[in-house]
Design a protein around this ligand. Structure first.
Ligand SMILES: Cc1cc2nc3c(=O)[nH]c(=O)nc-3n(C[C@H](O)[C@H](O)[C@H](O)COP(=O)(O)OP(=O)(O)OC[C@H]3O[C@@H](n4cnc5c(N)ncnc54)[C@H](O)[C@@H]3O)c2cc1C
Length: 410
């Protein structure tokens, strides 16, 4: 075997220079091998030596401590026992559960009051009033809900955002004034309904204040409300008394308030004529509900010719009657029932338009309705385009069919 030419050359060069050889691992098989070649001594390998030592030690292996295996049942038992201990020592438990579950207000800088009566003017009216009250109160203020009169199925006041709750069986203005005297309020909120709105206005007279009625929004510290007979929106400085329009404000969905019940003070009865107690609430037949307050409207235009069936359908559906200007001009419906720019601007949840073309003046009156159903023979009528649901058919055929669907036997 002949030697590889590199190794003798490396050896020779080192000898000639008389110095410790520089090792080139690329040329030698490994660094250790190259050094061995250069020096003629076997090279020590500390790593190999340490590994050897360890192997020797491992002949008598040290006991490795067993890691306890997790047992979910045992863990659950421990957790339950800990929770029971915490329940026995409530102070410790409170300290551990630091997160607050509702907002607790001691003595706020000011109060905002929401007033409600036994019958809500619309479902969720009290929640909407409290939602706005909570926002007006902000961090510094407190919200008090004054519930006048017993109400079945009332919601938890705290969850609706109230910090305090005054509940009375008395619905009179005297009871309201006395309750308010315990909570001098920066703002007092009512929902715009028959009884609530009436109470708000009587309170305004008693306090000598000008309320904002039909409040649509609060923007930059000003109140936006319907004015000019409902034809335009007005803006004015935020007053103390606010009467809210329906479905305009979101209920409170943030951290619940404490909703702490406060005993209602005894009302101070005076001889003032505005201390009128609410004795009875009479429910109007749906057809007699004023258009501006109606939630469900059956409306007729020139396409309706069978008027007895129209009136009958309104009674079966429990809807208020409305109509276009044409039919009011023709005397089929009273002027108070005209829907549109020169009639009433309606805000119904459902508006059924039978045989109405959808002229701009009429559409202006229904723009705040939630759901519009049009019945028309003309597929291209503006009312059909505006509607959420359209039935292209003769109104005279759809009306009795709809009554039958509602279970009408006549
Ligand atoms: C200053 C001013 C103010 C106005 N203000 C108002 C207002 O406040 N409110 C208002 O309503 N109007 C108002 N108008 C009038 C408006 O312009 C229209 O003339 C009116 O709305 C039309 O009424 P209509 O849709 O009933 O009749 P038409 O326009 O004659 O429409 C009749 C509709 O019925 C359909 N039809 C016909 N036969 C049938 C059938 N058998 N079955 C089903 N559908 C059928 C037709 O296809 C048509 O779409 C105002 C006008 C002016 C100038």
């Amino acid at each position: 075997m002949t030697e590889t030419p590199e190794r003798p050359r490396l050896h020779r060069i080192c000898r000639l220079e008389g110095a410790r050889p520089r090792i080139d691992p690329r040329r030698a098989g490994s660094a250790g091998e190259a050094e061995e070649i250069a020096t003629g001594h076997p090279r020590r390998d500390p790593r190999a030596e340490r590994a050897h030592r360890l192997r020797a030690e491992m002949r008598v292996p040290e006991p490795i401590p067993d890691r306890p295996r997790l047992n979910p049942r045992v863990d659950l038992g421990q957790r339950l026992r800990r929770e029971l201990r915490e329940a026995d020592a409530p102070e410790t438990a409170t300290a551990v559960r630091a997160a607050p579950r509702h907002r607790i207000i001691g003595e706020p800088t000011f109060w905002v009051a929401a007033v409600s009566l036994p019958f809500e003017p619309w479902p969720g009216a009290e929640a909407e009033s409290l939602g706005l009250a909570r926002r007006l109160a902000g961090d510094a203020g407190g919200v008090v809900l004054i519930r006048l009169g017993a109400r079945a199925g009332a919601r938890d006041a705290g969850a609706l955002g109230a910090d305090r709750l005054v509940q009375t069986t008395d619905t009179s203005l005297a009871a309201l004034s006395t309750s308010l005297s315990a909570f001098p309020a920066r703002h007092i909120l009512f929902a715009e309904g028959f009884a609530d709105g009436d109470l708000a206005r009587r309170l305004a007279v008693r306090m000598g204040e000008r309320p904002a009625a039909g409040v649509l929004a609060i923007e930059s510290g000003r109140v936006i409300l319907r004015g000019d007979g409902g034809c335009s929106d007005l803006s004015r400085a935020l007053p103390r008394l606010l009467v809210l329009a329906r479905n305009r404000f979101d209920p409170w969905e943030g951290l619940p308030g404490e909703g702490r019940g406060i005993a209602a003070p005894d009302p101070v009865i005076t001889d003032a004529p505005d201390d009128l107690p609410l004795i009875e609430t009479i429910t109007l037949p749906a057809v007699d509900v004023p258009l501006a307050q109606a939630d469900f409207i059956l409306s007729a235009g020139e396409g309706v010719t069978d008027w007895p069936v129209f009136h009958h359908l309104a009674a079966v559906l429990g809807a208020a009657e409305g109509g276009s200007r044409q039919v009011c001009d023709a005397g089929h419906l009273p002027r108070a029932r005209q829907v549109g720019a020169s009639g009433t601007l309606v805000e119904a949840r459902a508006y059924l338009a039978f045989g109405i073309s959808g002229a701009p003046q009429h559409l202006q009156g229904v723009q705040r309705c939630r759901l519009i159903v049009a019945v028309n023979t003309d597929l291209h009528a503006a009312m059909v385009k505006r509607a959420d649901l359209a039935i292209i058919a003769d109104a005279q055929e759809v009306m009795p069919a709809l009554a039958r669907l509602m279970g009408d036997k006549a």
